[in-house]
Design a protein around this ligand. Structure first.
Ligand SMILES: [Cu+2]
Length: 185
């Protein structure tokens, strides 16, 4: 994510996202590949094809009270580390973690629906995946990011927009009058 979070929140509240962010964060990887291929660890032709990317600030919008499932998939590109992923505004249920590529047919059976841990931060294992769920019952704009600062700079971050619910209690109050505006002194 190329923009600062304050700028995003400010533009969201003002309803002027144009030129700052879009809401088309993909729901599936736009370029599927064998994410945990050991051959990607070393620089080489295979890795060179996948490494180039582009700068964008793509967010994801949800209606209030939506059940959301996220599969965090690690990659061996750039000799990836384990990634502690953290979503502001929510705790998430950790349904399962595993090594290799997530395979829905095989791995959904491992999901713990009985007594999953409620977590603030989820460690996505190096070369593996983690599956989480949460319900969008807290309206606003919420930062989703890796907790390694350098990874945020690399782009391992986005934000979720959660729309207001049907009542004042489930709606976001307007920003306070002293709320700093980007560009204002
Ligand atoms: Cu990370």
């Amino acid at each position: 994510m190329a923009r600062t979070f304050l700028l995003l929140a400010s533009r969201y509240y003002d309803g002027t996202p144009e030129g700052v962010y879009t809401e088309d964060f993909p729901v599936r990887p736009p370029r599927p590949y064998n994410y945990t291929n050991p051959a990607l660890i070393a620089p080489g032709p295979l890795e060179e094809v996948l490494e180039p990317t582009f700068k964008a600030t793509k967010l994801k919008r949800f209606k209030y009270n939506t059940s959301v499932e996220i599969i965090f998939q690690s990659t061996t590109l750039l000799m990836s580390d384990s990634n502690p992923m953290h979503l502001h505004g929510y705790d998430v249920f950790l349904l399962a973690q595993g090594l290799g590529n997530f395979d829905a047919k095989r791995d959904v059976r491992k999901f713990n629906y009985h007594n999953p841990q409620l977590r603030s931060t989820v460690l996505v294992p190096r070369g593996g995946w983690a599956a989480v769920r949460f319900v969008t019952d807290n309206p606003g704009m919420w930062y989703l990011h890796c907790h390694f600062e350098f990874h945020i700079i690399m782009g391992m971050a986005t934000a979720f927009i959660v729309e207001d619910g049907p009542t004042p209690e489930t709606s976001l109050p307007p920003p306070p009058p002293e709320f700093k505006k980007c560009g204002a002194s």
